[in-house]
Design a protein around this ligand. Structure first.
Ligand code: NIG
Ligand code: FE
Length: 407
């Protein structure tokens, strides 16, 4: 049987369809009709007769935006690194802590000793916190297992999560996150990923993208290039953690291999930004990580926008550099610390993040798109950027179904 949902009396609908000031596609006094999982009508109040038997959501003059999309997270992990936060406050750097066996390797140890069920159980409240902020789609990476079975275990846990929380989870293989202690070298581990992990991940369709941390002490561009080419051969899109702590040429590599997205980019140059824009690589702004690490560089935002990059925003949620599940806060920081306009930030965490995930069925409120919408507990869509720390989602609809209410 067909299910019809009508979201009526929307004060301001930000469709993100690219029209009007800042491309927000604002419609005042709007109504949206969903049939099953798809948007069937977008218009002003009274533009359509409310079908009998429809579920009515009265927005009561509030703002409505597309379901938010977190384009970059490491939300699946075990353990805790609060001690590292305190160490950095005393002057230790992220790199010093990693070199002393902490950092990613500390989380690796905790993840290796956790079962799939334990990992899932730990991630559920993080995903619920995201949903309460209006997030309907997230990207989530492996990268703390760092053996073939432990990376597969992480991807299996990510596959199970949407059965427990009503959020879409798009998994990315990030086996090239750190060199595992057992590996003879970074190149040897990349060989293992290419020979053993990629074929299995592709066979079981456990991830649709392959990411690599291009950084001193992690992976260089030569190994990253052959990994991403092998991933392409298996039908996985390329993604790069690029120029986060130092300039290594990861953004240029992302442009060279036509990566779907490149994240961080704190040490990027204007020429690199231009190369990303020309190659159509989506630039992921991960403001919370840079602020959390007390990075000396500003959050990159304006430089990327001025170069013409498509922008996306992610929380980068992870226990080391961004213990934060709050995508609207990340977007607010992209404005205040990265120099984006409010309109750019709203588009980045909807239609831009959809592009970063290779999805064109969401991020925009338009006929034929997936029925992912958020009624905000606010009259202005800008409140998402402005009211820091408040879970502002009053009603979340995902694929035409109400999946969260806070009324
Ligand atoms: O995106 N930079 C690499 N990966 C993560 C940090 C992971 C960690 O410290 O656990 C990031 O910042
Ligand atoms: Fe990251």
């Amino acid at each position: 049987m067909t299910a019809v949902v009508v979201i009526d009396h929307i004060g301001t609908l930000a469709t993100m369809d690219g029209s009007g000031p800042g491309g927000l596609g604002l419609v005042d006094n709007a109504v949206v009709v969903l049939v099953d999982d798809v948007i069937d009508h977008v218009g002003v109040v009274g533009s359509i007769a409310v079908p009998a038997g429809a579920t009515i959501i009265d927005a009561g003059g509030r703002a409505v935006v597309p379901g938010l999309i977190d384009c970059h997270t490491h939300l699946l992990f075990a353990g805790d690194r609060a001690d590292e936060f305190a160490m950095r406050a005393r002057g230790c750097s992220y790199q010093d802590i990693a070199a002393a066996g902490g950092g990613i390797k500390s989380t690796m140890r905790a993840v290796r000793s956790a079962s799939v069920d334990e990992l899932v159980g730990l991630a559920v409240p993080r995903l619920r916190a995201m949903l309460a902020r209006g997030v309907t789609t997230v990207e989530a990476k492996s990268g703390y297992g760092l053996t073939v079975p432990d990376e597969l275990k992480m991807l299996e846990a990510l596959r199970l999560l949407p059965y427990l929380v009503d959020v879409d989870v798009h998994a990315t293989l990030l086996a090239a996150h750190a060199v595992p202690p057992e590996a003879a070298s970074a190149s040897a581990w990349v060989d293992t990923i290419i020979d053993e992990l990629l074929p299995e991940v592709a066979r079981q369709r456990l991830a649709d993208a392959c990411d690599v941390f291009v950084e001193a002490g992690a992976f260089g561009v030569v190994d990253a290039r052959r990994l991403l080419r092998a991933a392409h051969h298996h039908g996985l899109a390329a993604v790069v953690h690029a120029e986060q702590l130092s300039w290594q040429g990861g953004a240029r590599l992302a442009a060279e291999v036509s990566a779907r997205a490149a994240g961080h980019l704190e040490h990027i140059t204007a020429d690199d930004a231009k190369a990303l824009a020309d190659a159509g690589v989506v630039a992921e702004i991960l403001s919370t990580a840079q602020v959390f690490l007390r990075g000396q560089r500003p959050v990159p935002g304006r430089l990327l926008a001025d170069a013409g990059c498509v922008l996306a925003i992610g929380t980068d949620l992870n226990p080391g550099t961004a213990m934060c599940a709050d995508l609207p806060l990340a977007a607010g920081l992209a404005v205040t610390q990265g120099g984006l306009t409010a309109e750019e930030a709203l588009r980045a965490m909807t239609v831009g993040s959809a592009r970063a995930l290779g999805l064109n069925d969401r991020g925009v409120v338009a006929v034929g798109k997936r029925g992912d919408l958020v009624v905000l507990e606010a009259a202005s869509p800008f409140s998402l950027l402005y009211r820091w720390g408040e879970p502002l989602a009053r009603t979340v609809v995902r694929a035409g179904r109400v999946v969260h209410t806070n009324t």
